[in-house]
Design a protein around this ligand. Structure first.
Ligand SMILES: *Cc1c(COP(=O)(O)O)cnc(C)c1O
Length: 339
């Protein structure tokens, strides 16, 4: 057994024994290797470092009650890394190669998947970076694809709790920019707004639609959803929102399992009163309930600043139950990892 205090895990880098590494050159990916080396050796001319030509994914492996290991909707991550790659002229990554790499990394580090019931998971980070000797503004001639992993603790220790957010004056993305793809540049641009929000003791900031600044778009690096007083699940629709796999899963579960109307639609700041609950969603926290939102001088509370709303709780329990194998999953959502 590995020497890790499972209940003390947070979200920080831990070097696990093995990672996957594959190289693209002259039009194709090589077969890839598993390596102990956690350092990347790249040219100083690499376009990833100068011009941000890189994209990434984030997903988790879950330990079930019978000791097996689940991946959650890994095909969706495989599709999305290619949507991101296409926007940044990064070569196509075959979906089966992506999934195989993720499985290999989980299998090779299976002892680092936290035990069932600890709330912890094995976080996987696939990345593709443009490398090689170049300096002009052009797509790289060579690429590295790597997948590494580390055990992480539950986002909320001691249970889900609502927190407060502030509407940002900054934009995270342009209307036809790169907001819908998972690229590092979006994150670099969000560091200052996020830090300023945290200095004001908010959890993070909320970004509005960049064209009109009238609608909620993203909550930090997570998607937004609201539950209306007439029990509908609404999540913003926009070409500059990152298509969260968690969000699409909640849309499905709200409709199919909770019998709600579940739609993507506009979430106008002037219509916040329609919501009885609100939350942020993404792989990291699954759901982070929103207590209140600061909009200039006004503070708008949804359900409660201290208690989690009942629909938010049911959605959270349903989705995490599926991920950890306690609740039957919709077809194709779970991939078992063998080792
Ligand atoms: C990754 C990400 C999300 C969440 O996506 P999931 O697939 O649910 O993890 C939301 N917003 C942004 C900006 C992201 O990068």
């Amino acid at each position: 057994m590995v020497d890790i205090k499972w209940d003390e895990l947070g979200f920080s880098y831990i070097k696990t024994p093995l990672r996957y590494l594959s190289y693209w050159k002259d039009g194709s990916w090589d077969d890839g290797i598993m390596t102990e080396d956690n350092q990347l050796h790249i040219s100083e001319g690499s376009p990833a470092i100068h011009y941000g030509q890189q994209c990434f994914e984030g997903l988790k492996a879950y330990r079930t009650n019978d000791g097996t290991i689940n991946l959650f909707r890994v095909e969706e991550n495989a599709k999305r890394i290619n949507q991101s790659g296409r926007r940044l002229m990064i070569p196509h990554m075959p979906e089966d190669k992506f999934i195989d790499a993720v499985k290999k990394v989980v299998a090779a580090n299976h002892e680092y998947v936290p035990p069932y019931g600890s709330g912890g998971t094995l976080y996987l980070r696939p990345i593709i970076i443009g490398v090689g000797d170049s300096i002009g503004v052009a797509p790289a001639q060579e690429y590295i694809f790597t997948v590494f992993c580390m055990p992480v603790g539950p986002y909320f220790k001691g249970g889900m709790k609502p927190t407060n957010f502030v509407i940002s004056d900054y934009d995270r993305a342009a209307p036809a920019g790169t907001g819908a793809v998972k690229v590092g540049g979006n994150y670099a641009a969000s560091l200052l707004p996020g830090t300023e929000a945290k200095e004001r003791l908010f959890s993070d900031c909320i970004y509005l639609d960049p064209a009109t600044h009238t609608k909620i778009e993203e909550v930090g690096a997570a998607n937004f959803f609201g539950i209306t007083k007439d029990n509908r699940f609404i999540t913003p629709i926009s070409p500059s929102i990152l298509p969260s796999i968690t969000k699409y899963s909640l849309l499905y579960l709200a409709k199919e399992r909770l019998g709600m109307e579940a739609i993507e639609g506009d979430c106008y700041l002037t219509e916040l009163d329609q919501f009885s609950e609100a939350g942020a969603c993404g792989t990291a926290a699954v759901i982070s309930p929103i207590g209140g939102i600061q909009l200039e001088e006004d503070f708008h509370v949804f359900y409660s600043e201290i208690e989690v709303g009942p629909v938010t709780k049911r959605l959270y329990d349903e989705l995490t139950g599926i991920q950890f194998g306690d609740i039957e999953a919709p077809k194709g959502w779970i991939t078992k990892v063998e080792w």
